[in-house]
Write a protein that binds this ligand. Structure first.
Ligand code: AMP
Ligand code: GLY
Length: 424
């Protein structure tokens, strides 16, 4: 099969690396890709949100199957457009992608299907939102309804700060996405990212990972797309997985179908492991980044088998995916300054040496080659240094050894405490 993958992050490099090993894939193309993806796929410079351009590429290259990595093209209706043109594609339709693109949609959905999540209220009016703050106790969880690149959630700890945030949301800090606001009950517990695949009717579990959202050690600093991940997540045992499948994932697949929006694709449940059991923080409708990189390293089955089974609505008939037992960690190397302003185009060396180290595999995110073949940074999150080991400690040690002894990039930084929850 000639397969087209959409995206350019570390998530997509990990997916491309697995697809390149698939018995089904004879040719792999990626739009737009990055320097690492270019080692295993032909890359074409079409942006992920250029859905018309992507359809044109599919038609001109005679692509057999499309896989969508990030959320933006899903929310824009890329899957609908491709399906309407007879193209096979893995990913949810625009209506089903509302599970990620509208938090109000998801909260209302959870309410109707009894899916455990934080209590909430939706506001479209500043005065009413302020009245709510007046009547309740901090901390407050305030969220923009629409996609806000992972920045649309704030947790002010005083009423004054909450009111100030609300004023900014309603005056357009997140554009239209922020003019509908959700105020939620504050939940406490450890967080986990759990992944399942649905074909619209049946869902099968993948595995869980834990992410590190804050930029700096000790979970300090601003929120980012994610600074590192590891799997397995010790907090997420077999029993937790069964509970989440039964109370969260299965009712979601059932409800989406019943409501006329059958969900085919990756269901990524962001969970809070509370004293009352796992509760849904949010849904994403694609793999997590940096979580996907550790999942792909642990997956021993053919990834394309899973995508094909989902697309042909035959997940109930396939064998469960198999996973390697060894823990895997992923330490993100980001450009200094990320997630605020940072330099692009700085020289990176030493990746071949890193990749030769035991258990280590580096996935690229924001990278590109210049005309002389030199590797340059080209984004905020730049490299994903993944390592497996017999223990989490060994995996962590190997990842940091690759960073400290092999990779030569003066303009990068990483967190030094990835997987601390699993080690303590
Ligand atoms: P979200 O974008 O909805 O995943 O939220 C971003 C982060 O905010 C989450 O990873 C949590 O750390 C935190 N968060 C979101 N909702 C809640 C909540 N109801 N209670 C406590 N923390 C939350
Ligand atoms: N790592 C969180 C996300 O991909 O949204």
């Amino acid at each position: 099969m000639k397969v087209l993958l959409i995206g350019s992050g570390g998530r997509e490099h990990a997916i491309a690396w697995k697809l390149a090993q698939s018995q089904h894939v004879t040719e792999l193309v990626c739009a737009p890709g990055n320097a690492g993806i270019a080692e295993v796929a032909a890359t074409v410079p079409i942006a992920v949100d250029d859905i018309i351009g992507i359809l044109g590429l599919v038609q001109s290259m005679d692509i057999d199957f499309v896989i969508v990595g990030p959320e933006a093209p899903l929310a824009l209706g890329l899957v609908d457009l491709l399906q309407d043109n007879g193209v096979r594609v893995f990913g949810p339709t625009q209506a089903a992608a509302q599970l990620e693109s509208s938090k109000a949609f998801t909260k209302d959905f959870c309410d109707r299907y009894n899916i455990p999540t934080a209590g909430y209220k939706v506001f479209t009016d500043l005065a009413a939102a302020k009245d709510h703050i007046k009547a309740h106790k901090p901390p407050f969880v305030i969220k923009a309804d629409g996609l806000a690149a992972g920045k649309g959630v704030v947790i002010p700890t005083t009423k004054k700060a909450a009111n100030k945030e609300l004023e900014e949301f309603f005056s357009g800090k997140f554009g239209e996405a922020g003019k509908k606001v959700i105020i939620e009950e504050f939940m406490t517990g450890q967080e986990a990212s759990f992944f399942a695949i649905s074909d619209g009717e049946t869902a099968i579990p993948l595995i869980a990972a834990q992410d590190h959202k804050r930029a700096h050690d000790g979970d300090k600093g601003p929120n980012t797309g994610g600074m590192g991940a590891y799997s397995p997540a010790p907090i997420f045992d077999q029993k937790a997985m069964e509970t989440v499948m039964e109370r969260i994932i299965q009712p979601t697949v059932y409800g989406m179908k019943k409501d006329g929006n059958p969900f085919m694709g990756v269901l990524f449940a962001g969970l809070m492991m509370t004293e009352q059991g796992p509760k849904l923080i949010e849904y994403n409708v694609r793999f997590g980044d940096p979580e996907c990189q550790v999942l792909m390293r642990r997956l021993s089955s053919d990834l394309m088998d899973i995508f094909i089974a989902a697309e042909t609505a035959s997940l109930s008939k396939v064998e469960a995916p198999a996973w390697l037992d060894e823990p895997v960690v992923n330490v993100v190397l980001a450009a200094k300054g990320y997630p605020s302003s940072y330099k692009k185009g700085t020289v990176i060396k030493g990746l071949d040496t890193a990749n030769d180290m035991e258990g280590v595999k580096v996935f690229h995110a924001g990278t590109k080659h210049d005309d002389k073949g030199m590797l340059l940074s080209n984004g905020g999150r730049v490299l994903n240094v993944t390592a497996s080991g017999e223990t989490v400690q060994q995996a962590v040690t190997r990842a940091y050894e690759a960073i400290d002894e092999a990779i030569d990039w003066k303009h990068g930084f990483c967190r030094r405490d990835i997987a601390h929850h699993a080690l303590s």
